[in-house]
Design a binder for this molecule. Structure first.
Ligand code: CDT
Length: 306
């Protein structure tokens, strides 16, 4: 039996600061219906897909606005229509969102939802970029380290959609450990939503390289672990800040098989043959045969040796 899954990467264009949740959920539902019409079994949405990218603002003087960007339940009353639609259509999805737990801990999270509308996987972002304190000299803030706790659970994989599925969020995609930890668990399809401003204040010389770096890290991660990678952006100019679009679907060979052409709401689709992973997992990247973990101890023993 061929284990092929048709996946839709549902890129989003900007979400304004004053957008109602219902408005955004309607956009997600429209993309989900399109994915279903195109025969997808799984649709992948971006990181923080329900709101504007609020870490760009220092919001200490408006705590009620900050709280308004988090979900206290998943699904909750406003996101239930997305789960209902998925169940009706018989399509699964990945959704990035801001999570506020009953203990008042804040995480940058994603869920993986099966075609029957049940949550099969929950991921909390491990690599938290940006800064903790207000830096007024920047043209905009990147306060993820203020607004989210680093995820404590690491990188799990889940048996779903007839394969082995893993999740990451945005900055995770830049780190080889993200892919490798899932690769060691046999991952076949890694889903990663992202919000990547084109301007990087600590070193603007990287600005023109955003597209290159996006491809570089996801293509390398796919190839070196023999896995599909689905990278999905919230792109375009949102509240004056331009973010990378270029959502893409990458095969275990490292080749890009589909890529978004716009910076707005756009669905790209690919048939992901999960057995293609074996070509790499059983040859060049046969981990059992060729890996030398005793040579890599520094990686887990320390952050750096300097
Ligand atoms: N959302 C997210 O993780 N964005 C970061 C921006 C760079 S760090 C300020 C990223 O890695 O794309």
């Amino acid at each position: 039996m061929v284990r092929s899954i048709r996946v839709g990467a549902a890129q989003l264009g900007p979400i304004s600061r004053d957008a109602e949740r219902s408005e955004v959920v309607n956009r997600l539902v429209a993309l989900m219906r399109q994915a279903s019409d195109e025969g997808c079994q799984l649709v992948v949405f971006p990181e923080l897909a329900l709101t504007t990218f609020f870490p760009r603002w220092y919001l200490d003087d408006v705590p009620e606005e900050l709280d308004s960007y988090y979900e206290t339940e998943m699904p909750g009353p406003e996101t239930q229509p997305l789960f209902d639609e998925a169940k009706t259509l018989g399509i699964g999805f990945y959704l990035g969102y801001a999570e506020l737990t009953p203990e008042k801990t804040r995480y940058n999270s994603a869920v993986l939802v099966e075609a029957d509308g049940s949550i099969v996987g929950h991921y909390r972002k491990v690599h938290m970029p940006g800064h903790e304190e207000h830096e007024p000299d920047r043209p905009f803030q990147h306060l993820e380290r203020r607004y989210f706790k680093e995820g404590p659970d690491g990188f799990d994989v889940w048996e779903a959609f007839n394969g082995v599925i893993g999740m990451g969020l945005c900055n995770d995609r830049r780190w080889p450990e993200t892919y490798r930890v899932m690769g060691l668990q046999g991952v076949e399809l890694i889903l990663i939503g992202y919000n990547t401003p084109l301007h990087y204040a600590p070193d603007p010389s990287q600005n023109p390289l955003q597209s290159f770096h996006n491809q570089l890290v996801m293509q390398a991660g796919a190839y070196q672990n023999g896995t599909w990678v689905i990278g999905v952006a919230k792109g375009g100019v949102e509240e004056g800040v331009d973010s990378l679009a270029e959502s893409m679907i990458i095969a275990p060979s490292g080749q890009i098989v589909a890529q978004a052409e716009t910076t707005g709401d756009e669905l790209i689709v690919a048939d992901c043959d999960l057995d293609w992973c074996k070509h790499y997992k059983e040859t060049l990247f046969d981990f059992d045969r060729y890996r030398r973990p005793e040579m890599y101890k520094l990686i887990t023993e320390s952050k750096t040796d300097q």
